[in-house]
Design a protein around this ligand. Structure first.
Ligand code: PLP
Length: 406
């Protein structure tokens, strides 16, 4: 063992070791164990809860699988060049997603923004410096979006300095296109509400020789959506890492045409004079995102679906034990496309509103966050629960309904 090996071993094990009679403790080693296990949520007085709601950013998204957390832990012990890692991981993700190229971003929002920036700048370093100050430059400055696809996340484009131009019909698109048009954007979860569907949107973009982008952040499951929009021919696709895929909530994927991803990377961290510098992802998120995606694609999707269904069935059966309670399953058609439970009740027999139920569950022990509280119903999912939390949720809901029964 040479000295380097000893030190490497030290940082991994954080054991005291004797070198030439002197005992060394690497107290400051990033790998030294915490002296006692801390429960920081408790220490800080931060409420934790059972998530019966789904993958909501403000509720901290999803729980990472153990292999994702392991990846973060293991990769935290070594240095690497971020660009090299993005190159290698990007190739792997691109292969998994049928894209020409890909990169890990700090989320779907960041993917939307960096893809847009890449379209505006290409590989021109002067343009990269310029964004978002487009006035007086030759940089294009408009994005066409369907009216029904207005959503706060489109602020990602405004951040780049571009103007959002809203349309409804193919005819509107033809009229809206002009020399300032940079791209045409589609909201995946707006597919049912818009007059123009994905394939036609891409065809229109092709007709006008414009890139087409899509925000399909929350459109998984089904797993096939991970590659579907690359197959359809979108120029770039934005996907969340911290929703169904259960990677880090601070990660996402930008995938699409080689030249767009390459230009997006010029506009991103680790490059400093860029619009994307504040959306940093480090090696841990890059690798964890890759591993999470790879595992998710390899899951037995039927089994996963059956687990989710069994989870809400268990809660529904418990609730139905109370006289006057109904429980039915529905599946939102796009986005959060998972078995979802609607529990409703006869308000003559059960004197509580949906809102009051949600409040009672939130204030109960343990706290539970469900949603959709109407006059006589509430809604929940179990797909973001740890297995042991499903029975607890079933019991708590039954308890609260029983309490309100007259
Ligand atoms: C969640 C979501 C986003 C943002 O995704 P992040 O990964 O949190 O950045 C963007 N668009 C839609 C439609 C979403 O549902």
């Amino acid at each position: 063992m040479n000295r380097r090996d000893i030190i490497k071993g030290l940082s991994l094990l954080s054991l005291p070791i004797s070198v030439k009679g002197e005992t060394l403790f690497f107290e400051s080693s990033p790998a030294s164990p915490l002296s006692a296990k801390r429960d920081l949520f408790k220490e800080l007085g931060v409420r934790t809860f059972i998530n019966a709601r789904g993958t909501i950013t403000a509720m901290s998204g999803s729980l990472m699988h153990d292999y994702v957390v392991e990846t973060i832990k293991d990769s935290s012990r070594d240095f690497c060049m971020l660009d090299e890692l993005q190159d290698k991981v990007g190739e792997k993700i691109a292969a998994l997603t049928h894209a020409e190229s890909a990169m890990v971003t700090s989320g779907a929002f960041s993917a939307l923004m960096l893809g847009m920036a890449g379209i505006l700048t290409g590989m021109d370093p002067e343009k990269v410096k310029q964004i978002p100050q487009l006035a007086g430059t030759e940089i294009k400055s408009e994005v066409i979006i369907q009216k029904s696809h207005q959503i706060d996340y489109n602020h990602a484009f405004i951040n780049c300095g571009v103007k959002l131009v809203y349309v409804e019909t193919p005819d509107d698109v033809d009229k809206a296109v002009n020399e300032k048009t940079a791209s045409m954007h589609f909201l995946g979860s707006g597919s049912l509400s818009g007059k123009i569907k994905e394939e036609e949107w891409v065809a229109l973009a092709n007709k006008h020789r414009l890139p087409a982008s899509i925000d399909m952040a929350a459109n998984v499951p089904p797993v096939s959506n991970i590659w579907k929009f690359n197959d359809i021919g979108f120029s770039y696709v934005a996907l969340s890492g911290g929703k169904a895929i259960r990677g880090p909530q601070s990660a996402g994927i930008l995938m699409g045409k080689k030249e767009i991803v390459a230009a997006a990377r010029l506009n991103a961290s680790p490059h400093s004079g860029t619009i994307g510098r504040g959306m940093k992802v480090n090696k841990e998120e890059i690798l964890a995102m890759y591993v999470a995606l790879e595992h998710f694609i390899n899951f037995d999707q039927d089994k996963l679906w059956k687990e989710w269904q069994a989870g809400i069935d268990r809660v529904g059966e418990a609730a139905k034990k109370i006289n006057g309670v109904r429980a039915e399953t529905f599946v939102p058609p796009i986005a959060d496309h998972v078995p979802t439970l609607k529990i409703s009740w006869d308000t003559d027999k059960i004197k509580i509103s949906g809102e009051q139920m949600l409040d009672a569950l939130r204030k109960g022990e343990p706290s539970i966050e469900a949603y959709g509280g109407g006059r006589d119903f509430m809604t929940l999912t179990t797909w973001m629960m740890r297995p042991d939390q499903i029975n607890i949720t079933a019991r708590r809901i039954k308890e609260e309904l029983a309490k309100a029964a007259v």
